[in-house]
Design a protein around this ligand. Sequence first.
Ligand code: ZN
Length: 91
Amino acid sequence: MTLTLHRPTRMCVGCRRRFDDGSLMRLVVSNHAVYVSPTSSGRGAWLCAHNESCAEKAVSQGALRRSLRKEITITASDLMTLMRSSMEMKG
Ligand SMILES: [Zn+2]
């Protein structure tokens, strides 16, 4: 029996690279609005927490919408604001 010590990885919808989930934030959509939520149920999309160009790409290329499978109207700048405020909450 072998033990694998790999941490779980998630793919960022912006740069499409894999990271362990501590480096990413999880976005969920509720009532057509996007929220950062690490725990809520439902479909989520992962995005690099410290790379605003990933937010830009995720929105401009439609990857965020595809990943969440919902019609969302968030702009890249709104998403960046959301990222910044969620980072501040974490301290
Ligand atoms: Zn990324």
